[in-house]
Design a protein around this ligand. Structure first.
Ligand SMILES: Nc1nc2c(ncn2[C@@H]2O[C@@H]3COP(=O)(O)O[C@H]4[C@@H](O)[C@H](n5cnc6c(=O)[nH]c(N)nc65)O[C@@H]4COP(=O)(O)O[C@H]3[C@H]2O)c(=O)[nH]1
Length: 679
């Protein structure tokens, strides 16, 4: 090693470094050492240089390093760890050795550099000890103890596993605690709310159906952190037996705390008991129509009040021996044992529907509700509780399909339809994931000169095997399964982007209409979504109309008016679709800010043959016009219908006579041809 290098550079490079540096010759004598090395050995540089490593830092150190020195002198780079003087205070070093060569490439010695890792080792040991203490303590505890991050279980002690019915704490790792525990205040799984519980406060809860056991527990959360992220320590405790008697536990498990009725579990148990005793019975499965809208628009607290009120009304109406259950969400079950005659189910259902139709007084306004009921008989429609409940549920969905607010009695053909609906739901979900939906456009024409003026966007689904499936089939499935939100967003995104393009090219006159389902309209988040989408796509809201059916506006409540005003405020137009088919009251025409009225095709169908129909349509057109609305007639299939509507001063016409719904590119070809013809 050239001395001038050592004198010039080595000390400058390594002088104030927190690392230990040493250069050794082939016999392991120190040639140079830096300041930090001197401090560690307790000797000056002069005392160290020329001495052998083994004489300075002790045998252990030397014996550990010697093989590495040999490897370095053989041309290798090597690194390892060593602990110096294993007394009370260890000094640990992480070191590297590498060969040093002269200008000819001959190895003349080696360089050693190392870092003191004592502090790190000390901390790692302390953490391991703490973890061991924590683990031992949690094993000794008689309460369940869990560590969760974003509701997911990171670790649990054996008691926690036992209280929740899992075979071992390991089985709980990764489980969502928010779904395992039901909040006894509202009988719903805690879900996301778990993170928002007050620090240190005890909450009553029940284990959910995801847990292998039923238990009543108290839950306490303490905020903590896991690698800097917010986490919680959770303590689960079984209420003292002195405070809660077994029968109280039993009652808690089978009762819905919100309504005081049987919960799903308790209701099923009562049903099983009756089946075991072979008691003939009628079961009604009741679902409140569009209840989600109440929760979404008015909040869960109002939704809860409605459910309580319904429970109370049912209690008052039903006979003493009836068993009533709140099966979850907006679903209720009713058992009528030993029916005195065959029509009892129909009679009671009619009364229940009338009762639910009575207005609900909700603080500042009253709301009308409707309900759909499915009915089964035991022993006729099934031999066990699970099957009976399933069939009653199927019949209830059929009631919804047939227009809601009615009773439907189960029959076997419905099972096939239910399976079909399930298939459609699964396939539709896949189509949404794989971008398998298209938007087609049906042009509308001006009733004056039959030139294209606007269009209606209609979703199309081409199934990879079944081919095109009608929206009339899959839209109701999408509405019931909640997929309509996603489907609606796909359509809106596509239409906004296309309309922006068409308008930029000057290809299309008039607006493009988008259908909104009652579920979409009922969700207050719609406004934010539409507003964001309008901003990002840059579409002029004046070029879009939202079409709503009368049933979407059913109720004429504050929410409807607020939503309609909010859509109008963003600059979009509003149209009432299928006019004349749904709602008996016309007062909404004056109260709601509507721009367009679409006469349903049911009125157009008999236009040529039923003379009174012509008078009816003329009056609808006049009514719309007097309220400053433009009037569209849909479902026009013949030249004669078109001519009659034109004479009646209808504004626009839509129907197969002019155009069927077309893929975007086909319509673009037509629009381009018209566009060129114009200029
Ligand atoms: N017989 C006959 N039918 C005609 C004629 N002209 C148009 N139609 C059909 O009438 C329906 C008009 O749409 P709608 O009343 O809003 O009724 C729509 C609408 O309620 C719903 N829908 C379609 N696309 C969407 C969508 O993107 N979102 C939502 N929420 N619903 C949609 O599905 C329904 C059915 O849609 P489609 O099968 O495309 O059926 C379309 C259209 O093809 C005619 O001259 N004769």
């Amino acid at each position: 090693m050239p001395t001038e290098f050592i004198n010039n550079w080595f000390f400058q490079l390594t002088g104030n470094s927190p690392f230990l540096f040493a250069i050794l010759d082939k016999q392991h004598h120190y040639v140079a050492v830096n300041q930090h090395y001197c401090q560690l050995s307790g000797l000056s540089r002069e005392e160290l240089v020329g001495r052998r490593d083994s004489d300075i830092l002790g045998e252990t150190f030397y014996h550990t390093l010697q093989p590495y020195y040999e490897r370095a002198l053989n041309g290798e780079f090597a690194e390892g760890d060593v602990i110096l003087n294993e007394h009370r205070h260890h000094t640990c070093l992480h070191f590297c050795v590498s060969p040093l060569r002269d200008e000819t490439g001959q190895i003349t010695g080696l360089a050693l550099h190392a870092i003191d890792t004592s502090e790190r080792l000390h901390l790692a040991n302390a953490i391991a000890e703490r973890e061991d203490h924590f683990n031992q303590l949690s094993q000794l505890m008689s309460d369940g103890c869990l560590l969760i991050e974003r509701n997911l279980v990171l670790s649990a002690n054996p008691i926690a596993a036992q209280l929740l019915g899992f075979a071992s704490p390991d089985d709980m790792t990764g489980q969502d605690l928010g779904q395992l525990l039901i909040d006894s205040r509202n009988n719903r799984p805690f879900g996301e709310q778990l993170a928002g519980l007050s620090n240190g406060k005890a909450y009553h809860c029940l284990t959910s159906q995801l847990c292998p056991v039923e238990n009543v527990l108290t839950l306490t959360l303490k905020d903590t952190q896991v690698v800097g992220s917010p986490a919680s320590l959770v303590v689960l405790r079984q209420p003292q037996t002195a405070q809660v008697q077994p029968e109280q536990v039993e009652q808690l498990i089978h009762t819905d705390p919100l309504t005081g009725l049987y919960n799903r579990h308790g209701f099923s148990r009562r049903l099983e008991q009756m089946i075991n005793r072979q008691t003939p019975l009628v079961m009604l499965y009741l679902d409140i129509d569009n209840f989600k809208n109440i929760n979404d628009s008015l909040g869960h607290h109002i939704g809860d009040r409605v459910l309580q009120e319904i429970s109370q009304r049912l209690r008052q109406l039903l006979p003493e021996n009836a068993v009533i259950g709140h099966l979850g969400g907006d679903e209720f079950g009713i058992l009528l044992p030993d029916p005195i005659h065959a029509e009892i189910g129909e009679q009671v259902s009619r009364k229940i529907i009338a009762l639910v139709n009575q207005p609900f007084d909700l603080m500042h306004f009253s709301k009308h509700l409707a309900c759909s009921i499915g009915m089964v008989n035991y022993p006729g429609n099934g031999s066990d509780a699970r099957l009976l409940l399933q069939h009653a549920d199927t019949a209830m969905y059929e009631a919804k399909n047939r227009g809601r607010n009615r009773l439907v009695t189960f029959d076997e053909t419905m099972n096939k339809e239910a399976r079909m609906r399930l298939w459609l739901e699964i396939e539709l979900q896949k189509a949404l994931q794989n971008k398998g939906l298209e938007v087609w456009y049906q042009p509308k024409v001006s009733a004056r000169d039959f030139s294209i003026h606007g269009a209606e966007a209609l979703v199309r689904w081409k199934h990879p095997i079944e081919g095109y499936i009608s929206p009339a089939q899959f839209i109701p499935v999408a509405e019931r399964s909640g997929l309509i939100e996603q489907l609606g967003q796909v359509v809106m995104k596509e239409v906004f982007t296309t309309v922006k393009f068409w308008k930029k090219q000057g290809m299309l006159q008039g607006r493009v209409a988008i259908n909104l389902s009652p579920q979409q309209f009922g969700n207050p988040n719609l406004i934010q979504y539409v507003s964001d989408l309008q901003r990002t796509t840059g579409v002029n809201p004046d070029d879009i109309t939202f079409e709503l059916t009368e049933s979407a506006m059913l109720g004429e409540n504050e929410h409807t008016i607020q939503m309609l005003n909010a859509i109008k405020k963003l600059g979009f137009a509003l149209s009432i679709d299928d006019f004349g088919t749904g709602y008996s009251s016309l007062s909404y025409l004056a109260r709601f800010p509507l721009d367009e009225l679409k006469i349903d095709r049911a009125f157009i169908k008999d236009l040529e043959t039923v003379p009174k129909q012509l008078t009816l349509i003329e009056n609808i057109i006049n009514l719309g016009k007097s309220l400053n609305m433009s009037v569209v007639a849909e479902g026009v299939e013949t030249q004669q219908q078109a001519a009659l509507l034109s004479n009646l001063n209808c504004d626009y016409i839509q129907g197969f006579h002019f155009f069927r719904p077309l893929p975007k590119t086909d319509l673009e070809t037509i629009l381009m041809k018209n566009f060129r013809g114009r200029y």
